[in-house]
Design a binder for this molecule. Structure first.
Ligand SMILES: *Cc1c(COP(=O)(O)O)cnc(C)c1O
Length: 399
């Protein structure tokens, strides 16, 4: 049952970051071979990879195709927006953090019409709000949702958003960068037009490319939409289907590593197995950090199994930079916070780590606090007020 976890290279710290993340020894080792990008072995690998990725969206996947594309995750978001939103389309961008803001900024660069529902640092965009905006603005053709907003770690209510979008007859685009592979994204359930993810998140590959999974009919209809030669998803798809090759030099070693990561993903029990390990990681680190006095930004109901935001303690002896360095010397690279209102830091739950590693993370945090002379890890009152506000508005919406 237990999935073998391989520790990082001797002496290297664990990356408690949401991609790049700690990869297995096998994944690293898969990069030791050179591949000809035109060779039929590499073409077969690309084909196999596309098929494996499609199998992860479950029933209804026959209506979809998978298109890998060079670049980091943001390249894929830009490619998706530029390829599926026609020049005269209009996008409702649902933002509650840095990645939603980046998608809106991408629309600015594209010069295509859009409006932003900005929920601030961590409030989830709700189905009812989406329905109201779509009812009031018939020009909106697409809705862009962030699945897990990695800047706070919130798992957005994608079901609700999908239902509101389809009830209004609009098309759904999803940035599932940090969620796909660990959180279900079933085609039959969410009926998205397209979503994007990347090699270095929940599938546990190394960085270098991402992929679009889109309805085949939408891929066919996307011809001529793109603003960019390199980021044209339709062109990449049609050349890849004709020749089996990537249009431009593929990151061959990264693809080989990713194939190894996909095989391990299947062996772990696919999306359900991977998601269960990450959820356990989260539960252990959240319970442990709370026992030290730390508080999470989000109420339990919104905590994702991907990354968790903790408030920095109010104790003046706590200095984030020192805490970061101490954690690093103990073997763990944590992640600074991205909140605008209060100081915070983040701990990723994804990558080659299990609950035993997370127990060591908590022990390291405890030691670091002692070494800094921090008496209490409790956050400032302002932070708790923020959280209270979130929970109250939320309770109202649920009621
Ligand atoms: C990681 C991530 C991205 C892509 O970021 P890059 O730095 O370009 O790889 C986009 N959206 C979300 C939600 C992410 O977590």
């Amino acid at each position: 049952m237990a999935h073998p976890i391989t520790a990082p290279m001797l002496g290297e710290p664990y990356l408690l970051t949401p991609g790049p993340l700690t990869t297995s020894w096998d994944v690293k080792q898969a990069m030791l071979k050179d591949w000809g990008s035109w060779d039929h072995d590499f073409r077969a690998m690309t084909r196999d990879m596309r098929t494996r990725l499609l199998s992860l969206i479950g029933v209804g996947s026959e209506a979809y195709d998978c298109v890998p594309l060079q670049g980091s995750g943001s390249f894929l978001v830009e490619a998706m927006l530029g390829s599926f939103v026609p020049q005269d389309g209009k996008v409702l961008v649902l933002a509650n953090g840095a990645y939603g803001q980046r998608a809106a900024q991408t629309m600015d660069y594209l010069g295509r019409d859009h409006i932003v529902l900005d929920k601030g640092d961590y409030m989830p965009p709700r189905g009812g709000e989406v329905a109201n905006i779509l009812a009031a603005d018939p020009a909106i053709s697409h809705v862009l949702a962030i699945h897990c907003e990695t800047s706070s770690g919130i798992l957005n209510p994608i079901q609700e958003i999908a239902a509101a979008t389809h009830a209004a007859g609009r098309k759904l685009l999803i940035d599932s960068m940090s969620a796909f592979g660990a959180i279900p994204l079933e085609a039959s359930d969410l009926c998205y037009t397209a979503f994007v993810s990347s090699a270095n998140k929940c599938i546990e590959g190394v960085p270098g490319f991402g992929f679009v999974i889109a309805k085949t009919a939408e891929l066919a209809a996307a011809k001529g939409n793109s603003h960019s030669l390199c980021l044209d998803v339709h062109a990449q798809w049609s050349v890849m289907n004709k020749t089996g090759q990537w249009r431009f030099t593929p990151p061959t070693h990264v693809v080989a590593a990713f194939m190894t990561a996909l095989v391990a993903h299947t062996a772990e029990g696919g999306v359900a197995g991977r998601g269960a390990r990450y959820a356990k990681n989260r539960d252990v680190v959240v319970a442990g950090m709370r026992s030290l006095g730390f508080e999470t930004l989000l109420d339990n109901r919104w905590l994702s199994p991907i990354i968790v935001t903790f408030f920095c303690p109010k104790d003046p002896a706590f200095v984030f930079e020192t805490f970061y360095e101490l954690m690093k010397t103990k073997g763990f690279i944590i992640y600074p916070g991205k909140l605008t209102v209060v100081a915070s830091f983040r701990v990723g739950c994804i990558g080659q780590m299990d609950e035993h590693v997370m127990t060591l993370v908590v022990a390291a945090a405890k030691q670091a606090l002692n070494e800094m002379g921090v008496i209490s890890a409790a956050p400032p009152a302002a932070a708790l007020d923020e959280r209270k506000k979130l929970t109250e508005i939320d309770d109202k919406e649920i009621a």
